[in-house]
Design a protein around this ligand. Structure first.
Ligand code: THG
Length: 788
């Protein structure tokens, strides 16, 4: 890059562009130009009409951290009214759910408390208190003033040298090779080393200029200003912002009137290129039932009536998360879109860190632009899931609850066999994944499975437990097809993988190695299995598209990386009888070849790659073949397995077995916010070689640890995200949890201060559940099963 400071162009002077200009210039990137086609700041897009309600609490930790910083920053800048936030319940189910939200707030560091109906009425005297069962109060939530926040941040940025140019519509993006060099507007070219699209709901249009799918859908959402109430404006201004989720409504005050936002109406998507302004005309008929609910809750509204309303456009994505990151194929072209006011400052801080330091401090994997599978970029998918997210925005959602459509999308070659066995499917990355099989309902082991609380028993069956027990007793087929698989090859493949990962891969062909991807700061980007199939051919078992993206970005010209997931399939054949089962089939494998080895051969008619490893901690192999031969492989194993009592086992059993074995799930238990040692993965780091991120491992000062807990009460199975208390103080949160059927232990992994070695309490729906740290792994610490 020429010059000391990179030239940055931000496209869009809404809240994100302004916040990002501020954060970048604060970090010394002072050569910043912000372009907008409108005549002023926050003038044409969603920021211009956003009502500015900031409820910080979110099931997602990073989203809550974004919001916490927004509150902190906008308060300091004088554009935030910290009136508090109040969510109310008018049904028992919602009341129960509020205690779950209170748990998230506690886990993620947001002050909150549950309040009774009386206190709700005191906080919000306009409510019909007879309807209210209770509430969830977050005193630090409140109202951002979006246009003012944009102005204040723009002024700070301008004070450090940033330029704002209005009336500048970007018509093209200039590139040389795989680098961005600037943007072209009606008046000429603005040269740039870094371009960030902060175009909000126009993001897809800008994306098209650089061949990038920006998977968001602009949707209209209704907002009305009521007539004036017979109330004191000062008193109204002090009332907390209000959510009435059961009626898909939120409320704030505007002087003596109220503003009401509604999500209860039909989804109203619009194509980005058809948008001319962000406020569409009000469609009164869509508001009728929302208005009825609003009047029912706040009777005084009947007299005040509706003064005016509009259908305001803003961005929705297929999973409700923002789109942040760099174009996979065009260096220097970044996106920061689908961002609500709530998260604006936090997102801008993280993206600025990412651009300036190469790595954001927070874990952004759930917001990463490159997280999607190809199939999830189809316009129809983005539209349908975006609409579903609009409909479900306030719904009470179970963490395992899948969206019903579009499904099924990706089915493994075993799908029809699984359906015959009565598979109950959930979806992940577009894949249909069996969670258990009704065909196993008659297993006597079902009777051994303990009962669990109502919440944990949703999307679950005691059959999951029986499948786990049978896996450890006999043998089971697990469909591992959705596991992301990459082929890495070419003359430089070994050197490349050695440089990218922490363990030593320079082993003979036939070796498999468990290894980590670290970022420059030593945070764990992923954990991989790397099988050396030939001198320069490797099969990499990965965690998702971000691994493909990360490796591809770093690969030199003499290395190729191919995603072979869809063209292949995989059966995890695991259990003490796995070897006997294979020996009952004509095959060419060396079934005595040791743990963590790879070999290629035939199982009867099917060519396979067999990896001797197991995420469930049992003897056996991951057997890979091409998709065309999947059904043949399944049938071959199934038939031979009959005399060994083989079963098909699903994800419910899988998760339980992996937690008994202590195997981490990247993205849930471990992220870039953690170093390998505190995550319990130090065994995969070799100090005697060089690798990306190694330099940062020397000056680690860790105070926390991924801790294995067992919960005393087997009935209280938790789900993840719950806060953990030590001596009455919140000290951490649960990541993964499952009942261990074969150990009889109720397991929860949690991030806790490293010194904790005695009893803790997990708060679960307002109950305190006792748990204690345990030696891990809980199952087979001597590795007798796997090495057998
Ligand atoms: N199979 C394959 N690849 C994968 C996974 C998999 N890649 C992504 C993800 N899952 C990686 N996670 C793990 C976690 C643990 C193990 C394997 C993959 C594992 N660990 C041994 C242990 O800790 O005892 C490693 C022992 C060793 O290093 O020798 O087996 O499921 N193909």
């Amino acid at each position: 890059m020429p010059g000391a400071v990179p030239r940055v162009v931000l496209v869009g002077a809404g809240i994100v562009g302004c916040a990002l200009a501020d954060e970048l210039t604060e970090r010394g990137f002072t050569d910043v130009t912000v372009l907008d086609r409108a005549a002023g700041l926050a003038a044409g897009g969603s920021s211009s009409h956003a009502p500015g309600l900031v409820f910080q609490t979110n099931p997602c930790r990073s989203m809550t951290q974004f919001a916490r910083y927004t509150v902190e920053k906008y308060t300091a800048l004088g554009c935030f009214d910290q009136v508090g936030g109040l969510e109310i319940a008018t049904s028992e189910a919602r009341l129960t759910d509020l205690s779950r939200r209170h748990g998230w707030a506690t886990s993620w560091g947001v002050r909150s408390r549950l309040v009774d109906a009386g206190e709700v009425a005191r906080l919000h005297p306009l409510l019909d208190r007879d309807q209210v069962l209770g509430g969830f109060l977050t005193p630090d939530d409140g109202l951002a003033r979006p246009v003012r926040a944009a102005e204040v941040q723009a002024r700070r940025a301008a004070g450090r040298g940033a330029r704002f140019e209005f009336g500048q519509e970007v018509v093209a993006v200039e590139t040389t090779g795989d680098r961005v060099t600037g943007v072209r507007t009606g008046t000429g070219v603005f040269p740039a080393d870094v371009v960030v699209s902060c175009a909000g709901m126009w993001g897809p249009v800008l994306g098209e200029m650089v061949g990038l799918t920006v998977p968001l859908v602009p949707m209209a959402h209704q907002y009305v200003f009521t007539g004036e109430l017979n109330a004191d404006a000062d008193a109204l201004a002090r009332q907390p912002i209000l959510r009435h989720q059961e009626a898909d409504l939120y409320f704030r005050s505007h002087g003596k009137a109220l503003g009401i936002g509604a999500y209860g109406h039909r989804p109203m998507p619009i194509a980005a290129r058809d948008i001319t302004g962000s406020e569409l005309p009000f469609t009164e008929e869509d508001f009728d039932s929302s208005w009825e609910s609003a009047v029912a809750l706040i009777p005084a509204l009947a007299e005040a009536g509706v003064d005016r309303g509009f259908n305001g456009l803003f961005s929705f994505t297929s999973d409700g998360m923002p789109l942040l990151g760099e174009h996979p194929g065009l260096r220097g072209f970044w996106v920061a879109e689908a961002v609500w006011i709530t998260h604006s400052a936090g997102v801008a801080r993280s993206v600025a860190e990412w651009i300036v330091d190469g790595q954001p401090e927070l874990d952004l994997h759930a917001s990463d632009l490159n997280r999607f599978e190809q199939v999830q970029l189809a316009p129809d998918y983005v539209l349908e899931r975006g609409c579903r997210n609009f409909v479900e925005v306030y719904d009470l959602l179970h963490p395992l609850q899948p969206m019903q459509s579009p499904r099924p999308l990706r089915t493994s070659p075993f799908h029809s066999r699984q359906r015959e066995l009565g598979a109950f499917f959930l979806e992940a990355s577009g894949w249909e994944r069996p969670h258990w099989y009704e065909a196993n309902a008659a297993l006597p082991e079902v009777a051994e499975v303990p009962d669990r609380n109502e919440w944990a028993s949703r999307f679950w069956s005691p059959i999951c437990g029986a499948e786990a027990l049978v896996t450890r007793k006999r043998v089971a087929l697990f469909d591992m097809t959705p596991l992301k698989r990459l082929e890495v090859g070419g003359p430089g493949a070994l050197e490349f993988l050695q440089r990218m990962t922490t363990n030593n891969l320079d082993r003979k062909p036939g070796a498999v190695v468990y290894t980590l991807l670290l970022d420059e700061q030593g945070g764990v980007r992923s954990d991989l299995t790397v099988a050396r199939l030939g001198t320069s051919t490797f099969q990499v078992g990965a965690n998702g598209n971000l691994d493909l993206d990360w490796l591809t970005r770093h690969a030199p010209d003499d290395v190729f990386i191919r995603d072979i997931t869809a063209g292949t399939c995989c059966i995890g054949l695991w259990g003490p009888l796995a070897r006997d089962l294979v020996n009952d089939i004509p095959h060419t494998l060396d079934v005595r070849k040791g743990y963590f080895t790879a070999q290629q051969g035939f199982v009867k008619n099917v060519p396979v790659t067999a990896l001797r490893l197991s995420y469930v901690g049992e003897l056996g192999w991951e057997l890979y073949t091409t998709a065309d031969l999947g059904p043949k492989l399944w049938d071959t194993l199934w038939e031979a397995g009959q005399r060994h009592g083989v079963i098909a086992a699903g994800r419910g059993a899988f998760t339980s077995l992996r937690l008994e074995k202590g195997y981490r799930s990247w993205g849930v238990d471990v992220t870039t916010e953690h170093d390998p040692f505190e995550a319990g993965l130090g065994f995969a780091v070799r100090q005697d070689k060089e690798f990306l991120g190694k330099g940062s491992l020397h000056n680690l000062t860790s105070t926390k640890k991924l801790t294995c807990l067992t919960i005393d009460d087997p009935y209280e199975v938790v789900m993840g995200g719950e806060p953990v208390f030590h001596q009455g103080e919140p000290v951490g949160y649960v990541t993964s949890a499952a009942y261990g059927y074969t150990t009889g232990l109720n397991i929860a992994y949690a991030w806790l201060p490293s010194e904790i070695d005695d009893e803790v309490e997990i708060e679960y729906f307002g109950r305190k559940v006792t748990a204690r740290p345990a030696q891990e792994p809980l199952f087979d610490p001597g590795m007798k099963r796997l090495r057998g």
